[in-house]
Design a protein around this ligand. Structure first.
Ligand code: IPD
Ligand code: CA
Ligand code: CA
Ligand code: CA
Length: 264
């Protein structure tokens, strides 16, 4: 398989999908809920995933697609070429703000991440990586992340974490919020990961993310030295949902050691 040819194809496909999503604002969105009243999905999420599936299968019928909306076949192993795809990451932003939502794509070969993409649809900004060759923000190569003390870090964290909850020790998270320089919450995991790999954030963590939220981002992270793991320091599994952290290498371990206590 020619990785450069696959990269060209994927980039063109992602940009085309982005154009279709931008065009979709001119007709009515059909908004539904999934697991709870705040878990939104639209006809555009589903149509975009279908668009990817049809185009990828025309490119190579052996490639498989693991997508959030489940429009393709069920993928239970990572043999061969697997695309892990979130057609719209940040659906609430898409519906409410008409901005700040991403297309997230990771392409794995036999379970190893080879190509990663995060595309800011409204800004037409592409963050991407080719494993072993580097990462780019549009045409600019991304640099290795520079070290910094935790006191100077700006971190992506959900405000609910500082309230009492069943998932993490909220007092330790409150300590973390007091210690760092600032916190942000953008509403798209892929966007927050894109900010960490470009040094606009120094860490981002979440209690539950799915493979399609993080696959593209983890592949980009590897190329700039950002560390990704579960909140207990374990490896990322591209077939199941789990808690997640991406951080500048100088603060990853200290966050896990001093500020994170997973309760469930
Ligand atoms: C969601 C966003 C959100 C994160 C959720 C994800 P979706 O993805 O990334 O920021 O907090 O856990 O499910 O549903 O908009 O693709
Ligand atoms: Ca969703
Ligand atoms: Ca998502
Ligand atoms: Ca989604």
């Amino acid at each position: 398989m020619d990785i450069n040819e696959l990269n060209q194809f994927a980039q063109q496909l992602i940009r085309e999908a982005g154009q279709r999503i931008r065009d979709a604002f001119s007709y009515d969105l059909e908004i539904e809920t999934k697991s709870n009243p705040n878990d939104l999905v639209t006809n555009i999420d589903r149509e975009t995933e279908l668009f990817f599936i049809e185009r990828i299968q025309a490119f190579n019928a052996e490639h498989r697609i693991l997508g959030e909306e489940g429009m393709g076949e069920t993928v239970t192993d990572l043999n061969g070429v697997v695309w892990i795809l979130d057609p719209i990451d940040g659906t609430m932003n898409f519906v409410k703000q008409h901005r700040h939502f991403m297309i997230s794509v990771g392409i794995l070969v036999d379970g190893v991440g080879k190509l990663g993409y995060i595309f800011d649809v409204m800004r037409e900004d592409l963050f991407y990586a080719i494993a072993g060759q580097g990462a780019w923000y549009n045409d600019s190569p991304l640099r290795q992340l520079q070290s910094l003390p935790i006191e100077e870090a700006v971190i992506g964290v959900n405000a609910r974490w500082v309230m009492q909850n069943e998932q993490v020790n909220h007092e330790k998270i409150s300590d973390l919020v007091r210690t760092v320089r600032g916190t942000r919450s953008y509403g798209s995991a892929a966007m927050e990961i894109a900010f960490v790999v470009t040094g606009k954030l120094d860490a981002y963590m979440s209690m539950r993310l799915a493979p399609w939220d993080i696959a593209g981002g983890v592949i980009i992270a590897n190329e700039v030295g950002a560390v990704t793991s579960t909140l207990t320091g374990g490896p990322i599994d591209f077939l199941s949902s789990n808690h997640f952290i991406i951080a500048n290498p100088s603060i990853h371990d200290v966050i896990l050691r001093d500020y994170i206590e997973v309760l469930c």
